[in-house]
Design a protein around this ligand. Structure first.
Ligand code: SF4
Length: 692
């Protein structure tokens, strides 16, 4: 795609955004000479249709950032020594061989996550499986309790095609902050609203989108499950259930129904702080004003009862006949897209001997490991900022003798490594993205820029290490061959690599309406209000309510606590998790949003500095007073890099109830004013770390 209508040659290259996001946008890179000068949304992308969020647009800033690592680095005391690729790879291969000989493959930890959602990144895992296995991080900081809930209830998490929102009479956006994390949903919601669909937002904090909704319901954080079960009870008591669905397409209603008796209107209003009228309105919408489409976000499942909260909402939508119908559905994620891609052919895990540490609890598992962890590789993640109780992880990593990071920047995690290997940026890569959690499209990643410095693709780095370790033939195939292997299941449906490269974005054969034929993937083949699978896995058969641990303020239920406020550490607006926190516009210290009530209780003022703390640590923050959320909740964005401003120093490592999900939103804290002197100290400490 080239334009030659002026004197300077300008080219346009279509590619895609690999950030860990619902939308997986199509991008058009404008190239003047050899420089990418602008990124725009690809107008031809059927869903993201021509615009990017600020995180995607800033991919260009990261491409040309002065802070990018240009050559392999080796630690020398407290500083870094640039070294050649040959030296870095020879030395790392030597360490791998030594650890394999002395302690075996479980002594090598591969800590990875999904900071980039492209297929060729799976070759990293292949490398470690070719060693015979390794220890690797599993589970989720993000969404696994909800995925597990959907597996128990439906057999799999599936979504409707975004266009189907036009068929909904009501859309309930429950815990998904679309204006920050799923911005391309907004045009679909807007079109539906213009056609008469009512939009209801359920979220403890107001957001840009809730201002335009017909109704905003703000439950106390972590009580969504009580709200859903209370609403379901009202529907049952008023005869608003869909009898055909309950009797013919589901199992287990008779087990769930008696449990609803505990969720009286009095109990639910006291527990959730939602008014009786709003609870009744929500029941009326689900029970009598369908079809209702329910769009869920992952925040509500980052609690000890988070998976069951999702199960309760699944049950509410199903029992009222809002599942398997046009305009309905409980849309938490779209897992069918990943099923069409043969990841195993890339990873080759089948015969590997893998020891698993969970991402949220890896610190304690490293410290207690037998055989011990002797070598660490970190790829596609910055766990020191992202993992709950980050100070504990810092301690655990510091005890590992040899540490290797693959990254573009010296993140807080990379700074702990002995070797940092610079990897390429998505605008320099060829690959494809299949990581959408929402729509059924995959996108070709086409190289748009010359590689900066001596950075290398991750597949090259691990291929070169494999050459040194004697299994290069298992790693080093042409990348198109790997991509074709991954797409092989789609080929009978006309989805080939050649077509993907030609068209840029291709739809996979995923149905527009989830479960329209009643073909649930559960063991019974029906929707399961009570799940044998859940029981086999040691979980409750039905949805239950597990309250959050921050209950201090509920009158008559507990004594006031030392840490009286809930701390919500939400997804940042300007960064994909921690991926853009290196850019200069990020405020330092970070901002904490508090209510007028908390400000009154504690004497803190708008714009002033405050100390936020709990039993794990403390942060200095700048206060912003806002009454757009629950009055006993403090809201901060996650992702700040620096020790001293990283919210995960405060978040707990406890687990959610389902899957291998962390419950980092179940966090309590206290807040008090601090002096200007303390603030200057904290800010200076952060800045000096930044300059390391
Ligand atoms: S971060 Fe998400 S919304 Fe933003 S450009 Fe990338 S894919 Fe699109």
């Amino acid at each position: 795609m080239t334009r030659n209508d002026d004197s300077s040659p300008v080219r346009y290259v279509k590619t895609g955004c690999p950030l860990d996001c619902w939308d997986t946008c199509g991008i058009v890179a404008q190239i003047d000479g050899n420089t990418v000068t602008r990124l725009q949304g690809d107008k031809d992308h059927p869903i993201t249709a021509g615009f990017l969020c600020s995180r995607g647009r800033r991919l260009r800033d990261r491409l040309y950032s002065q802070a990018r690592i240009q050559t392999p680095l080796k630690r020398k005391g407290d500083s870094w020594q640039p070294v050649s690729w040959d030296q870095a790879l020879d030395e790392i291969a030597y360490h791998v061989t030594s650890v394999l000989r002395s302690d075996g493959h479980h002594s090598i930890l591969h800590a990875f996550d999904y900071g980039s959602g492209t297929i060729l990144k799976n070759l990293n895992q292949r490398f470690f499986y070719q060693l015979g296995g390794c220890t690797e991080t599993v589970g989720s900081l993000c969404w696994d309790a909800g995925i597990t809930a959907a597996r128990y209830d439906f057999g799999q998490a599936k979504s409707h095609h975004p266009e189907d929102l036009m068929n909904a009479r009501t859309v309930v956006v429950w815990g998904r902050n679309v204006s920050v994390t799923n911005i391309h949903m907004i045009p679909f919601l807007r079109r539906a609203a213009e056609a008469g669909t009512e939009i209801v937002v359920v979220n403890p904090i107001a957001n840009d989108f809730s201002d335009h909704a017909a109704e905003h319901i703000a439950p106390r954080p972590g009580t969504d499950g009580a709200l859903a079960l209370g609403v379901l009870r009202i529907c049952r008591d008023n005869g608003w259930l869909n009898k055909r669905f309950v009797t013919e397409q589901s199992v287990g209603w008779d087990e769930l129904s008696p449990l609803l008796d505990a969720f009286s209107l009095d109990f639910v209003t006291a527990e959730t702080d939602v008014s009786e009228q709003q609870i009744l309105n929500l029941a009326r919408r689900y029970g009598t004003e369908g079809p209702v489409a329910t769009l869920l976000g992952p925040g509500m499942q980052r609690y000890p009862g988070g998976g069951n909260a999702i199960r309760a909402i699944d049950a509410l939508a199903a029992a009222t006949g809002n599942v398997g119908v046009r305009g309905g559905g409980v849309q938490y994620a779209e897992r069918e897209v990943a099923d069409w891609i043969d990841q195993e052919s890339i990873q080759g895990r089948k015969h590997a001997d893998v020891r698993e540490f969970t991402r949220g609890e890896q610190a304690d598992q490293i410290l207690a490991a037998t055989p011990p962890i002797k070598m660490l590789f970190v790829t596609r993640t910055n766990p020191i900022t992202q993992v709950p109780n980050s100070s504990r992880l810092r301690e655990a990593y510091s005890r590992i003798p040899v540490k290797v990071g693959v990254d573009q920047f010296l993140t807080e995690t990379a700074k702990m490594m002995d070797y940092v290997l610079p990897c390429t940026h998505v605008l320099e890569d060829e690959d494809f993205i299949f990581s959408t959690m929402w729509h059924p499209y995959i996108t070709y990643i086409c190289p748009a820029a010359a590689i900066q410095g001596d950075a290398k693709p991750e597949w090259w780095i691990f291929g070169q290490l494999a050459n040194r370790l004697g299994f290069g033939d298992q790693m080093n195939q042409p990348i198109h061959a790997w991509m074709e292997r991954a797409l092989a299941p789609c080929e009978p449906y006309g989805v080939t690599l050649e077509r993907l490269m030609r068209e840029g974005t291709v739809r996979l054969p995923v149905p527009r309406i989830a479960w329209e034929n009643g073909d649930f993937k559960t063991s019974s083949g029906r929707f399961e209000f009570a799940s044998d699978t859940a029981e086999r896995e040691g979980r409750s058969r039905t949805a239950i309510y597990i309250p959050p641990s921050n209950r201090g303020r509920i009158v008559g239920k507990a004594e006031p606590t030392e840490y009286p406020y809930a701390l919500l550490t939400i997804h940042p607006r300007f960064s994909e998790n921690s991926q853009h926190k290196d850019l200069p516009h990020i405020p330092n210290p970070p901002t904490a949003i508090v209510s007028t009530k908390i400000a009154r209780d504690t004497g803190i003022k708008d714009g002033s500095y405050a100390r936020l703390w709990n039993e794990q640590g403390s942060l200095v923050v700048r206060v912003q007073i806002s009454d757009r959320g629950h009055p006993d909740t403090i809201v901060m964005e996650s992702g700040w890099w620096h020790n001293g401003s990283n919210v995960n120093q405060l978040t707990p490592t406890r687990s959610a109830d389902l899957g291998t999900q962390t419950a980092q939103y179940d966090c309590s804290c206290a807040i008090a004013p601090v002096s200007r002197f303390e603030t200057v100290q904290a800010t200076t400490a952060n800045e000096s770390q930044e300059n390391l």
